[in-house]
Write a protein that binds this ligand. Structure first.
Ligand SMILES: *Cc1c(COP(=O)(O)O)cnc(C)c1O
Length: 820
């Protein structure tokens, strides 16, 4: 077992303070994910977006006693940590990687490394499942494949395991060498090569070459040689390979035919001179490709055909995401039926713990299908996690959970099976709870999810929280160090769900939030949001509420300030406000003429504290208005200096919205105000590629019908069939926020991957689309907007802006949040 002093030599660090040679059991990089302080070593990583050193004192208070920090960062304050070991290193990230690489070297087990543009996680999950009858497999949790995720994955490896499968993902040159050192795969799988994540590379060739570095020491590489660039690169590298192909007869596994039959794909193949057929339980291209990678591995291992078929039959789609949604009786569900092992459970419990004020925290948990840990020990660890993550109610499902009921103290109720739980399910016994549903695939927990789901019509707005974080980090990477970030969550977070978005932003440590109205701020506070919040349109009758909920009004006129002062109590707490200047937008704001009166009022009321002063650009997104923007900024700088000078204390100055952050990096001042960019729309258009689509509006087909030539569709008979047509009625109308201007062929939707135009007028609750020649049936899913049909494109069609389309999605459309 690794101990602290040994750790110091493994990572070549300098011991700055030594108390005790404690064991190293857990590596922690994210202060929010602490589970057991004893044996935890915290690596304070200073990343592009965050600095782990900010959290050392908090972790010390929580009982962590071992820290790896970067040189010069904590030295002066060591006296504040009288009982902790401290190790100083050049880079904490490099130290984390070094300790994982050292750990890996302690084991001789076969290690499979998986990389490629798509399918890494699924291939890893499936392969682990397919090989589990013969092996005790350790694998990366979820898609832990980054510079931090890989070390944490490899750290799980222990003496019991007979096989390891780790995935590796990179976004720029230089990263794979580091991951190779940690994983050291003897066997490789290179899934494919696509155009995704191209930003960091100069060409696809370079990307392939970089990724291939994972297999530097591999004895065997599995890949599909239908990707010419990949094939050439592997050939040139001299790595021994096992290939499969649909086109080349030279491959080790030749796929001569694939035919879809019902829900399966029948594969005819030739391997080592033997012609065989097999059924894969999927029909979509990507799943078939992923399954063929796995088939190659199974054939290479020499498994008998009936065994392979047997195991393939049990594969299920891997739910790549974890969904959050509203449920019966004010409950909120976190639906995670992805798999159920200890690492995955810890991640899901962190998410549960990060939902403040949602009500009682409940966990519905199936038996864990964990390999490599003894049952008693496993359930002891589960019980500790459940306790540390403050689960208040536990429902255990499955014979093993039942058997270990005592490990959980008094908080649990246990059932032998999912059916047994559902038989006794009483909706009324769940009220205002946040419920994490976490079950291994075989337990069929989707039935439990269904029991909790509210009935809603088939239209949903899916919000991708990972994309939101990606976009947040993209804008953060543009900020000078020290520049603060205010995020606009007005108008229901641009239609995406105020609380969920605000909660995520709080988790990611933004500095400020802004809403339009007091009520929006109150609702955030009631949901446990503690970040400072600016309210942009405070009305005089809301001032008491603002104070009560610690919300900070934007003050834009003398009248408003006078009203605010009148309502001011003699309370001791300072009254925090923000001053808005009008520099040319001519919407709200003080102008220079107001200044003398403004200063006089502020001087008379020293309890009022100005937190920030700001203005808004009228044309930040367009080069056409560059001169005007420059003039606004100059005016603002001049006026804000006057205000600063008179106030005699520091206030934050801010000007830039999303477009401004992209176009005027030199004018970030003390803070910027991010809006639409967070939600995936780059307002200037120039850097749209760098953002990810956040919201997808989906509905379903209610009915399909054929109409004859000359017949008409919908109100006012506007849709005329000039020839016989097939029409699909879909469950979205203008009352859902689907603009009526999309009528009569202006708008399009995507059904089963194909575009289909609107025919006739959009109705209140539904509309009709022309699906002539397409494969469409009632119940099929419809994408109204999303990654393949962008807000930018749709907004152009009807002469509006993406902001309007996003914020128009009406409240009756259910929001579903998901994350990987
Ligand atoms: C809405 C708003 C923003 C954000 O604008 P985006 O264009 O969405 O980035 C910034 N500042 C003020 C005052 C706003 O009202």
């Amino acid at each position: 077992m690794l101990h602290f002093q040994m750790l110091a030599s493994v990572v070549e660090g300098h011991i700055a303070q030594f108390i005790n040679d404690w064991p190293v059991l857990d590596l922690l990089t994210d202060s929010r994910k602490l589970s057991q302080p004893a044996g935890t070593v915290f690596f304070a990583i200073s990343g592009r977006h965050n600095d782990g050193h900010k959290f050392t004192s908090q972790l010390y208070a929580q009982g962590v006693r071992q820290f790896v920090v970067e040189e010069q960062r904590v030295q002066a304050q060591l006296k504040n940590y009288p009982e902790a070991n401290f190790l100083e290193v050049k880079s904490s990230l490099a130290a984390l990687q070094a300790v994982a690489a050292w750990h890996r070297q302690q084991f001789r087990v076969p290690v499979i490394g998986v990389t490629g543009s798509n399918g890494k996680t699924i291939v890893k999950e499936w392969l682990a499942q397919l090989l589990s009858p013969d092996e005790l497999v350790v694998k990366s949790p979820r898609s832990y494949n980054s510079q931090i995720g890989v070390p944490l994955s490899v750290w799980q490896l222990n003496e019991q395991h007979t096989l390891a499968i780790f995935e590796a993902g990179i976004s720029q040159p230089g990263e794979m060498e580091k991951l190779q050192q940690i994983i050291r795969p003897g066997i490789g799988i290179f899934t494919n090569i696509g155009s995704a994540h191209n930003e960091g590379f100069t060409s696809v060739e370079q990307k392939v070459a970089e990724k291939l570095k994972l297999f530097k020491q591999a004895e065997l590489l599995f890949y599909c040689d239908d990707y010419p660039l990949l094939h050439q690169a592997v050939q040139a590298s001299g790595i021994k390979s096992f290939t499969w192909s649909r086109t080349s007869k030279k491959a080790d596994l030749v796929i001569s035919d694939t035919t879809v039959a019902g829900a399966k794909t029948i594969v005819v193949y030739n391997c080592q001179g033997q012609k065989q057929r097999l059924a894969i339980p999927f029909t979509d291209e990507a799943s078939v490709e992923n399954a063929l990678h796995c088939l190659a591995v199974l054939l290479h291992r020499g498994l008998p055909l009936f065994d392979i078929q047997n195991r393939l039959d049990k594969l299920h789609p891997v739910a790549m995401r974890l969904e959050m949604k509203e449920a019966i009786n004010g409950c909120y569900l976190i639906d995670d039926t992805y798999n159920n092992d200890l690492a995955g459970l810890a991640i899901a419990l962190d998410l549960l713990a990060s939902q403040p004020q949602r009500g009682r925290r409940t966990l519905i948990l199936s038996d864990l299908l964990e390999s490599g840990v003894q049952e008693e020990e496993l359930y002891r660890q589960v019980a500790t996690l459940v306790q540390v993550k403050k689960v208040e109610r536990l429902i255990g499902v499955g014979p093993t959970m039942q058997k270990h009921a005592e490990a959980f103290g008094g908080i649990g109720t246990f059932y032998s099976s999912t059916a047994a739980f559902l038989e006794r399910f009483e909706a009324d016994s769940f009220r205002n709870e946040v419920i994490l549903i976490k079950g291994a695939r075989v337990f069929g927990f989707e039935k439990i999810v269904q029991a909790f789901q509210q009935k809603v019509h088939g239209t949903v707005l899916e919000v991708n929280l990972d994309a939101l974080v990606h976009n947040l980090n993209y804008y953060r990477s543009k900020l000078a160090s020290g520049t603060k970030l205010m995020v606009m969550v007005k108008a229901f977070a641009y239609g995406s769900g105020s609380f969920e978005v605000a909660n995520l932003l709080q988790f990611h440590h933004v500095d400020y939030l802004a809403v339009a109205y007091a009520d929006e701020g109150v609702s955030l506070r009631e949901h446990g949001i503690t970040l400072p919040i600016m309210v942009m349109n405070p009305s005089a009758d809301s001032f008491a509420k603002l104070r009560q909920y610690n919300l900070e009004p934007e003050i834009y006129s003398l009248e408003l300030l006078e009203q605010f002062l009148l309502s001011s109590s003699a309370a001791a707490a300072p009254d925090r406000i923000h001053l808005k200047l009008d520099t040319g937008m001519h919407r709200l704001g003080f102008i220079e003429e107001d200044f003398e009166s403004l200063f006089r009022l502020l001087e008379q009321h020293p309890q009022v504290q100005v937190m920030s002063i700001f203005t808004h650009l009228a044309g930040a997104d367009e080069a056409l208005h560059n001169d005007f923007s420059a003039q606004q900024i100059t005016t603002f700088r001049k006026l804000s200096e006057q205000v600063q000078a008179r106030l005699g204390y520091q206030v934050l100055r801010h000007v830039l919205n999303s477009a401004g952050i992209v176009r005027f990096p030199e004018h970030q001042l003390d803070m910027v105000r991010l809006g639409i960019g967070l939600y995936g729309v780059e307002a200037t258009g120039a850097e749209q590629e760098a953002l990810q689509s956040v919201s997808t509006l989906k509905t379903t087909v209610s009915q399909v019908k054929r109409i004859g030539k000359g017949e008409t569709v919908g109100y006012s008979r506007k849709g005329v069939a000039i020839e016989a047509k097939t029409i699909a009625t879909i469950a979205i109308g203008y009352a859902d926020g689907y603009d009526r201007r999309f009528s009569n062929g202006v708008g399009e939707v995507i059904i089963n991957g194909k575009r289909a135009p609107i025919i006739g007028n959009v109705c209140m609750d539904m509309c009709m689309v022309d699906v002539t020649g397409l494969e469409v049936k009632a119940g099929d899913g419809v994408m109204v907007f999303g990654p393949q049909l962008t807000l930018v494109e749709l907004a152009q069609k009807i002469g509006t802006i993406p902001y309007e389309l996003l914020t128009n999605v009406s409240a009756r459309v259910k929001r579903v949040f998901f994350a990987e």
